[in-house]
Design a protein around this ligand. Structure first.
Ligand code: PMP
Length: 401
């Protein structure tokens, strides 16, 4: 919240908050116009509380295919106000006083307060970086869980683990081996997996996004969460969903029914049309799910080049909108203040937006309080931006050094 406000006040180029500044695909804009101007005036009224029927039907079809099982649209899928509400419903539904929830650092910042609001205790485990030897750029794949350390975090109090692959902020795409490690521990300790997969279509360099719910023993204990905002570059529409077994979704429906109850009908209708189109074109070159990551990979590479040219070392992400860069070489611009309560990267990001007009988010924002100083010389950039925005960022960087 603090950095979004600073970006609004000072930035000329905002690579902070994660949203595209390019338009959504034409087919979706056309569906949007049709939904609002067409004959279907009931689209302006309430629809089914747990998800507009056309949307839950096509989500059940698509995710059924991806997970290799038959899904019931009415009981295995629920629509939410963005993935954010899906997360909130999960924590409220499953976490009780005294329960522990394992969160992998760095993490999307709402997990920690949401666990606490439900009365639970977050238990943190960091991804640990290992620098590549041969002078190559670091990749998000170089940030790994220590298997013994992860195992040590599970106990009889563990209710769930939150998995976010592809991960915000690092862009890490968890490998099958890593997911199997998590899955085995969930099965062993009878824990749930809240799997935040909002960047599921944004995976680069031919990497594969593996759904943990598809691994052995995991369907019954996993809620998979998605976002139309990220899927179709429409973050303002706030349409998200949960997919999982009815034994879990029934509790999520209870929370939803007694808090939000209902999501915007027209937005759900348009997203349903978008998915219908993608379902028919699945894996084909003209599919948005094929085209978007291609375009995004180019944007990623462009920002990587801009950063490398000035000595801000990027960690090349395997997925998502985001890229984290090492700012150690820039310490002479913003000297360290020993014993400051504020992590270095936070002061650096504030200085950068005020003095250079370039907004980014400090990596420490994605760590819990006591760990904020462990990785405090990195900042996160969002590269889901128009060519002109990336060029403007490049101009700022090249003039700087
Ligand atoms: N999870 C992650 C990892 C995210 O990055 C975001 C959005 N920044 C969300 C969930 C929330 O998604 P939505 O906008 O659909 O609520």
């Amino acid at each position: 919240v603090e950095f979004v406000k600073l970006a609004a006040t000072y930035s000329t180029v905002n690579l902070g908050q994660g949203f595209p500044d390019f338009p959504p695909p034409d087919f979706l804009k056309e569906e949007f116009t049709r939904a609002f101007s067409g004959e279907k005036h009931m689209l302006h009224q309430y629809t089914r509380a747990f998800g507009h029927p056309p949307l839950v039907k096509i989500l059940a079809q698509l995710f059924g295919k991806l997970l290799g099982r038959d899904l019931d649209p009415m009981t295995n899928v629920m629509v939410t106000v963005g993935a954010y509400q899906a997360l909130f419903c999960c924590f409220q539904a499953f976490v009780d006083e005294g329960d522990e929830v394992i969160i992998i650092e760095p993490f999307f910042d709402c997990y920690e307060p949401m666990v606490k609001m439900a009365g639970g205790t977050p238990v943190f485990i960091p991804l640990r970086p290992k620098a590549p030897k041969d002078g190559k750029l670091m990749s998000s794949a170089d940030w790994k869980l220590d298997p013994a350390e992860l195992a040590s975090k599970f106990s009889e109090r563990t209710k769930a683990i939150v998995l976010n692959s592809p991960n915000n902020p690092l862009g890490k795409v968890f490998s099958r081996e890593e997911l199997e490690l998590i899955a085995d521990l969930c099965v062993k300790h009878d824990a749930l997996c809240i799997s935040d997969e909002v960047y599921e279509w944004l995976v680069y360099d031919g990497k594969e996004h593996i759904r943990i719910a598809s691994l052995r023993g995991m369907w019954d204990r996993t809620v998979s969460i998605g976002s139309a905002g990220k899927t179709f570059s429409v973050t303002g529409w706030k349409v998200g969903w949960t997919v999982g077994p009815n034994r879990l979704l029934q509790h999520i429906r209870t929370v939803h029914q007694n808090s939000v109850y209902h999501c915007a009908t027209a937005a759900q209708e348009v997203v349903a049309q978008g998915f219908q189109r993608e379902f028919e074109r699945y894996g084909k070159p003209d599919s948005y799910f094929v085209q978007l990551p291609k375009e995004m990979q180019q944007k990623r590479d462009q920002l990587v080049q801009s950063l490398v040219a000035v000595g801000m070392k990027p960690i090349v992400p395997e997925g998502t909108y985001f890229l984290v860069a090492d700012i150690s070489e820039f310490k002479s611009d913003v000297p360290d203040v020993p014993n400051s309560d504020e992590p270095y990267d936070s002061r650096f990001a504030k200085w950068m937006v005020k003095n250079k007009g370039l907004a980014a988010i400090p990596l420490s924002a994605f760590y819990c309080g006591p760990h904020k100083n462990n990785y405090n010389s990195f900042i996160r950039f969002c590269f889901a931006k128009e060519e002109a925005t990336l060029k403007a960022a490049d101009d700022i960087l090249q003039k700087w050094k």
